[in-house]
Design a binder for this molecule. Structure first.
Ligand SMILES: [Zn+2]
Length: 54
């Protein structure tokens, strides 16, 4: 399940978060993603994982 930015209306695949974060840090020194924020608008990302576990 992805992380969702309600402002950009964009999903970030959790499997790619580390890869994207590494690229952002390398290219832009952008640490937003590792803080749980959207790298574009800095809005806190929503974890869309369902909390219910039967
Ligand atoms: Zn955003």
């Amino acid at each position: 399940m992805p992380l969702h930015c309600p402002r950009c209306n964009k999903n970030i695949d959790k499997a790619k978060v580390q890869e994207i974060d590494a690229r952002l840090m390398n290219d832009f020194k952008n640490d937003a993603l590792r803080r749980g924020r959207c790298p574009v608008c800095k809005t806190p990302l929503i974890d869309t994982d369902p909390k219910v576990k039967e």
